[in-house]
Design a binder for this molecule. Structure first.
Ligand code: URA
Ligand code: SF4
Length: 210
């Protein structure tokens, strides 16, 4: 089975899933959207009102902000993969419960294995907690960290930023780091496969983003 088919099948499984209590309140589940080849994966919290109606992630106010910020770094939402830690809407947008996060985590694990993003951008504290346990978002936001072959950068959640102008400013600043991180990863790749046309640098060219 191709990875494309496997991803489609996963999305179908999510649409039928009854593995936690959130199944009973949903209109539609929201598996995620974007190409299998995406270099960047955004992980939010869970579908809200509009997402639940449309079956697509980040299509309400928070999604508009996300799209505006993507445009500033010349990316389109179809260039990146966008998903959430829980795929069905929690009632009244309450926080997802530990048992819901546990039940749904398997889908996110499989999405990560299939898409293998170079950069994961977590939006808000629930997706952040998968990689950064017991850390504070107010301290570690915008600080990329390497986990094996993937870099993970925690950002404020766009919905939270819409409620707080200070966080909005920080979120916008942090977002602008994304192209620099991707450029650094490109530079590393070029260095790892030296060819006669691209001699490796002689000394002192370590980039310092991490
Ligand atoms: N907020 C989220 O965390 N995810 C969405 O998909 C929409 C809003
Ligand atoms: Fe299944 Fe996740 Fe929806 Fe729960 S939130 S029913 S685990 S898809």
């Amino acid at each position: 089975m191709t990875a494309e088919t496997t991803l489609k099948q996963l999305e179908h499984e999510v649409s039928q899933c009854q593995a936690c209590g959130l199944a009973s309140g949903r209109t539609r589940s929201v598996p995620g959207s974007g190409p299998l080849t995406a270099r960047v994966m955004f992980i939010g919290e869970g579908p809200g009102f509009n997402e639940d109606k449309q079956g697509l992630p980040f299509v309400g106010q928070a999604g508009k902000l996300l799209e505006q910020m993507l445009a500033k770094i010349t990316l389109n939402r179809t260039d990146v993969y966008i998903t959430n830690v829980v795929k069905c809407r929690p009632p009244n947008n309450r926080d997802p419960l530990p048992e819901e996060l546990a039940a749904c985590g398997n889908y996110l694990d499989r999405q990560l294995l299939l898409i293998r993003p170079e950069l994961i951008v977590t939006l808000g504290r629930f997706s952040m907690a998968r990689w950064f346990a017991n850390e504070k978002i107010s301290i570690i936001h915008g600080k990329p960290k390497r986990f094996d072959k993937t870099v993970v950068m925690p950002l404020f959640h766009p919905a939270a930023a819409l409620r707080n102008p200070q966080w909005l400013k920080l979120l916008e600043e942090d977002f602008l780091k994304i192209p620099r991180i991707l450029a650094k990863l490109d530079a590393e790749k070029a260095q790892a496969t030296p060819s006669p046309a691209t001699p490796s640098p002689t000394s002192g060219e370590q980039l310092t983003l991490f």
